[in-house]
Design a protein around this ligand. Structure first.
Ligand SMILES: [Zn+2]
Length: 97
């Protein structure tokens, strides 16, 4: 591969939104290789591979791969120690009197 150009991780928002019901744009991940913690938006995304390949901006190791076929998708997160997703507080229910 000679073309090393990439776009930032903001472009993952649409494709990941198709898989998950929550907004992952504010999510953070920890790189399994170098341990750096950062937002998905900070990943370097290579979109000219088969599918999307998101690499760590610090060590360039692969954090995430997403391949979409017409009727299914494959998500490979083995390069991330974890994915931290901000969630709304659990709803509180008010019981009548
Ligand atoms: Zn890394």
């Amino acid at each position: 591969m000679t073309d090393m150009s990439y776009v930032d991780g903001n472009m993952l928002d649409g494709p990941l939104r198709e898989l998950f019901a929550v907004d992952l744009s504010p999510a953070t991940s920890r790189c399994q290789s170098c341990g750096s913690l950062g937002p998905l938006a900070g990943l370097h995304v290579f979109s000219h591979a088969p599918g999307l390949v998101a690499r760590c901006p610090v060590c360039s190791e692969v954090i995430l791969r997403l391949v979409r076929a017409p009727d299914r998708a494959w998500l490979d997160l083995r390069g991330a120690t974890f994915l931290e997703v901000p969630m709304p507080a659990e709803p509180t229910y008010h019981r009548p009197g």
